[in-house]
Design a protein around this ligand. Structure first.
Ligand code: G4P
Length: 560
């Protein structure tokens, strides 16, 4: 989804709500005002699983779902369910976790924990209205976080920063903020400020109330019993060493003098990040984070469509598919399309229009998914995500709507970094091979490229990580009964040619790259490394290249 689709504030022009809203529209407006949704972006091991669990604890959801990451057990959260995940002990797929807290309904769009699956994360970010950037206090910005940040920046969504693991020795807080400001160009506004760190971490000072929240380790699986004191009481009670408290207060003074001001418009434009310090493992700082997040986060926003910006409170239901997932329950061999509700109230058994095909579809079994558990939903509101059974009808980016025709901008393809021929050694299995490749591409499990030489008909798999390719092979074998072979191509960078084939032909012969076609017959250049890419840029500055493929609408992709 391009920046234009999400940068729209609620004041943007929109399909108007009829004058004098009736009770139904009032209920819709109330449901929208109550909703917040976000995705967490982080580098593996920063503590996303731990923070997710703690957040769910506040919504009472963990008990409902009956899943807690037990000590010593393989990494496993409620959102882990695929066989491969279980075997490898990793979190690949993403689902949505919904919980109520303090009068709000929060949708946490869970993203894959493994960096090889960031393509799925990119798409999930297209459905999120806010992002939480989680950092390890000892490590600061890490590669995966930087990449995901770029996608948030493209969409201009608000970014909240949680600096985790304060109970362990870490880097200086001011240095961590400076890194974010300098390297990401993202201004920071600390909502709270740490007192000490590591063994001498004593808590945080709430910047607005000037209250000290004392650090206490909560028992595993428990919400922490917080002790909150005024600064003077903290000083006189001896709860905090005076030198640590004074140092923290001095730094706060420094921030007040030279730092940024809290400006909600800048926060919502993704230019100013509220920053929190805490320790997810000990459940410290999670409650203050959640409270401030509810106050400062963006509500479900208006989104650009072919019919103009659509406000969430527009009466007709509309939404778009941002993720497809096959075989969530191997007993049923089912496929699920995840739809982000953008406007109106969604109701079970609703008949909706499918914009791409023009068909009317009755949605009789919409689901809410919580890890392995499902329940049929009766209704859903903007900001929510619903799971629909998908008998092969839905593709990533598809719009569903009720009322006047509209189509949301699609979700772009992001630059893959690893490429391999996919060989089918058994010609008699070609039909299954073709079906599997086409369906997995449609689902967005992997991007498919083709050689420009028509005699080389095998597809090229293009992915963000090796594991993504392994999952494709695994699923082809388990779901389609085809054993395949991968033959790596030695490329690491892909760029789309913005002007298409005419632009490419205009520059004549080019070197040190391979030209391939994507599923929409657009030229893609593959390079061994950034150096070769830069070389081409220097040789042909007129050739415009992009790491994100523009969205194609209304054209069917090439099938194998
Ligand atoms: P991820 O999903 O981002 O990959 O990270 P995850 O939550 O699994 O956390 C990675 C490791 O960091 C875990 O340790 C976790 O316990 C630890 N961790 C998370 N938050 C904090 C924190 O605030 N403070 C400290 N000290 N550690 C934290 P592990 O040894 O890999 O797993 P486990 O033995 O704890 O299960």
């Amino acid at each position: 989804m391009s920046s234009s689709s999400t940068a729209l504030g609620t004041s943007a022009s929109s399909l108007s709500v009829p004058a004098g809203p009736g009770p139904e529209l009032e209920a819709l407006a109330e449901a929208v005002a109550r909703r917040r949704n976000f995705a967490i972006i982080s580098h593996p091991d920063a503590g996303k699983t731990t923070l997710t669990e703690k957040l769910l604890l506040y919504g009472g959801a963990i008990q409902q779902a009956g899943a807690v990451k037990a000590k010593g057990e393989q990494r496993k959260v409620t959102s882990d369910w695929m066989e491969l995940e279980k075997q490898r002990g990793i979190s690949i797929t993403s689902t949505v976790l919904q919980f109520d807290y303090s009068g709000s309904t929060i949708n946490l769009l869970d993203t894959p924990g493994h960096q090889d699956f960031s393509e799925d994360t990119y798409r999930t970010l297209a459905a999120a209205d806010n992002a939480v950037m989680l950092e390890d206090a000892a490590k600061g910005l890490e590669p995966q976080t930087r990449k995901l940040f770029e996608v948030c920046r493209m969409r201009q969504i608000p970014i909240f920063t949680f600096i985790n693991k304060m109970d362990r020795p870490g880097r200086e807080p001011l240095e961590l903020l400076d890194e974010i400001e300098q390297e990401l160009g993202l201004a920071c506004w600390p909502v709270n400020w740490p007192i000490g760190s590591g063994d001498r971490f004593r808590g945080v000072i709430d910047r607005r109330t000037r209250e000290v929240i004392l650090f206490q380790r909560a028992e595993r699986g428990r919400a922490s019993a917080e002790k909150v004191l005024g600064v003077d009481a903290a000083r006189s009670s001896g709860a905090v060493e005076p030198e640590l408290l004074e140092a923290a207060l001095e730094e706060l003074e420094l921030l007040e003098g030279a730092g940024n001001e809290l400006d909600l418009e800048l926060v919502h434009a993704g230019e100013l990040s509220p920053v929190f310090f805490g320790s997810a493992m000990t459940n410290f700082g999670v409650r203050p984070f959640l409270d401030a997040f509810l106050e400062l986060a963006q509500k479900p926003i208006a989104r650009a469509s072919s019919a103009g910006a659509i406000e969430p409170v527009a009466p007709g239901f509309s939404g778009f598919v941002f993720k497809l997932q096959a075989n969530m329950d191997p007993r049923h061999r089912d496929r699920v399309a995840f739809v982000r509700v953008c406007s109106g109230r969604f109701e079970k058994d609703m008949a909706v229009q499918h914009a791409r095909t023009g068909r009317t579809i009755r949605l009789s079994r919409p689901q809410k998914l919580f890890g392995q558990d499902r329940e049929v939903v009766e209704d859903a509101y903007p900001g929510d995500v619903i799971g629909l059974n998908n008998p092969g009808m839905f593709a990533i980016g598809d719009t569903l709507y009720v009322g006047p025709k509209l189509e949301y901008e699609g979700i772009p393809c992001f630059s893959p970094e690893i490429f391999a021929w996919l060989r089918n050694p058994n010609p008699s299995a070609f039909k299954s091979f073709r079906k599997g490749v086409n369906e997995l591409r449609e689902e967005g499990a992997v991007q498919i490229l083709y050689d420009t030489d028509e005699s080389k008909r095998d597809p090229i798999l293009a992915a963000v990580g090796q594991l993504q390719l392994e999952v494709v092979q695994y699923r082809l074998e388990n779901e389609y009964g085809v054993k395949t072979r991968l033959e790596p191509l030695g490329f690491a960078v892909a760029r789309w040619v913005v002007g298409g084939w005419p632009a490419l032909e205009a520059v004549g012969r080019i070197f040190n790259c391979k030209t391939v076609r994507d599923a929409w017959n657009r030229p893609v250049l593959l390079f061994k490394n950034d150096w070769n890419l830069n070389q081409l840029r220097e040789d042909h500055p007129e050739l415009e290249l992009s790491g994100v493929a523009p969205v194609v609408s209304g054209v069917e992709p090439i099938s194998l």
